[in-house]
Design a protein around this ligand. Structure first.
Ligand SMILES: [Zn+2]
Length: 271
């Protein structure tokens, strides 16, 4: 059995071009946009649109689709090795829906509309292949099914995409519901899990084509720094991140070797 292709999430976009990294990373547009000088990436990477921050802070998207497309085209040109970019989707966590004052259905409508808009704008900024991947948004399994139907109505064939993001999952991975939602779509789509924690990876990693995680950084904040490290903790430390990544990859590989039977003590140890 295979293991999900894993992107290490980081607040440090310059790791993209650090020879000390050299593994796939997941970086937010909000962080990357601050860089005047960009350098070529040493490994493949994917771009987070930063929607969670925009919607939770402003209750709306302040970055225009045209502005986002121009930024992504620049990253693609100047950094390269961009494997895909998230669209400007509308998360459906209840507190985000409360913040925008809209409904889940309206968030889904806007998510699908934005995906079409980005694809339409892309050729104005780049001759390269369009990097945006669709994201399913919702809260209940029925919601996600309705979102898939909205894409179909818009003429978007989700099964043709190398990756389809599953949104609004990262803050409720302890619930069995997410596993059921992932499993439902994994049979027909190549699912990317956003912000998956170690326990989630071990629980439903077999159904994911790819995943990203910044769980290492939250963990490191609560721990002593690695021996010989002068900083207060390793929450922004490449050496720590690289070690964590190897450990999680090892856990996933042994889980796959066992046929993905749950071993909970390992999950809690690395979460
Ligand atoms: Zn460190």
């Amino acid at each position: 059995m295979s293991v999900p292709y894993f992107y290490l999430g980081t607040h440090q976009p310059h790791w993209l071009w650090s020879p000390a990294a050299g593994f796939p990373m997941f970086v937010s547009h909000r962080r990357l946009a601050r860089y005047k000088t960009l350098r070529p990436a040493v490994a493949g990477w994917a771009l987070d649109s930063g929607g969670f921050t925009e919607l939770s802070v402003y209750g709306e998207w302040r970055t225009s689709p045209a502005g986002y497309v121009r930024a992504v085209a620049r990253y693609d040109r100047e950094i390269g090795r961009l494997e895909w970019a998230a669209p400007q989707d509308w998360m459906c966590e209840p507190f985000i829906v409360a913040k925008t004052g809209l409904s889940v259905a309206e968030h889904q409508r806007r998510t699908v509309e934005n995906f079409g808009r980005l694809a339409e704008l892309w050729p104005r900024s780049s001759d390269a292949e369009c990097p945006f991947m669709p994201v399913l948004q919702g809260w209940t399994l029925d919601d996600y099914e309705r979102c898939a139907a909205l894409y179909a109505d818009a003429g978007v064939r989700l099964e043709d995409f190398p990756v389809v993001g599953l949104g609004s999952v990262c803050r409720r991975q302890a619930t069995g519901e997410i596993g059921a939602i992932v499993e439902t779509f994994a049979g027909r789509l190549a699912v990317h899990g956003f912000g998956v924690k170690t326990a989630g990876l071990l629980k439903y990693g077999q159904h994911l084509t790819s995943a990203d995680s910044m769980a290492w950084s939250y963990g490191a904040r609560r721990e002593e720094p690695l021996p010989g490290h002068a900083h207060k903790n390793c929450a922004n430390c490449l050496a720590y991140a690289a070690q964590w990544r190897s450990r999680v990859a090892g856990l996933c590989e042994s889980a796959a070797a066992r046929g993905w039977q749950p071993v909970l003590f390992e999950a809690s140890e690395a979460a």
